[in-house]
Design a protein around this ligand. Sequence first.
Ligand code: FES
Length: 487
Amino acid sequence: MSRALTVSRAAQLVGVPRAVLQRMIRAGELAQSDGLIDIDALLQAFPDARLEDSGMLEKAVRIREESFGRRVRDFVLPSPELLSQRLFAQSQELAELRRHLQAYHALVAATIECLATRPAPPDLADEARRRLEQGLARVLGSESDNRLEAMTDMLKVVSANVVIRPSGREFLVQGNDSILQAGLKAGLGLNYGCAGGNCGLCKGRLVSGQTRQILHTDYHLSAAERAQGYLLLCAHTAVSDLVIETLEAGSPTDIPEQELVARVRALQRLGPNTMLLHLQAPRSSRLRFLAGQGATLALANRGGDLQATWPIASCPCDDRNLHFHVARDPGSALAERLFAGAVTVGDTLGVHGPRGDFVLGVDVPPRAAFLACDTGFGPVKSLIEHAMAAEAVEHFSLYWLATRPDGHYLDNQCQAWTDAFDEFDYHPALDDDAARGASRVAKRALDDGDPAASRYFIAGPHAFVDAAARGLLDAGAPAHSVRALAC
Ligand code: FES
């Protein structure tokens, strides 16, 4: 018996990013039908995949943990109630499959017997019987198939696959995550507002599958909406694999302007001239943004509001915790206050945003090259974390130029990505002249990959951004492949 898997499930099973399977599908190396991958085809492409190789699953978990640090380290088993619901759903499916299998088996056996006892053209009867017997032997004797199917069934108990329509994007719901949380962690731009069951913005229509409500909601769906299968994605988790109709943000214009008050959770010196500002939004009011965007922060002051617009350095998959890499800048009164210690943990800041269009976009090419200078690493970090979460990029390279020796203030983070992801490479560089250094890193980025299959994201001071963009474009990189943010 042969079964088909979604791309997410197949990637989870053989322990590779989804982007790798998608590249193989595009290259014709892996067959896909109706969006599904046949287990036989998967086994042909990954003949070494075995149930006993539990390292596959561990590797996937380790990659996720190491790439995001502590913030989304919540790979936990689902609650006992959810597990028992999933086991029940699995046992129902298993019983149904058994019933079908027995019926088919009986049919094949009867056909073989009939061919052996009834008169028929000898060649045709022999050929038909031989094929049926070979088919039966393959089904009953396919050890690795059975093992992969056992692994698939086990994964179905600990996680559920969700396919979003009309985009066709898919993700896995793990642990006790709501459908919304799981989608955001997977890098989707799902519509939402409060994430707490109050606003109704995360409404989606359940096309197929079973869900379970995990959050009390104040927002009331009408009887007509409920009858059509509408539910709040922030308040439900998946019991079985799901298909859901809902809208996603594809570009910055799809996200409304928001305003909230966040509390300073931490202030940490990352270097002599670099400060990590960590803000935490209230549970019921978070900032929805796309990776690479920024926000305007305002500090109430006796002389009026001090304001600054800075890129967000964290991933939208963790929308409550907003990180900013703030450079010491005599021209910014707010930055000066931070470095002077006039803002402390527990203080509140107004947050307006999101700002800017320095985003990954939906038509991501196979390779993404990130060119950053000094704190230009902040928005690039957000993009990289998002790309890793979405598994949307096959290969990504980071070229980080520092204009002072202590400028690679999160070097360990970059090394951890290099260790965890085969598809990521990191090239630190040092030059006290940002424009000169930009030309060097642009040349290196061009030499390392085919410009026609690459997209370049440049962030940093004006001198760096201008020189790097010029270097890329002069060398023939297509204009649409270069995105830049001066910050
Ligand atoms: S995000 Fe507000 S109700 Fe779900």
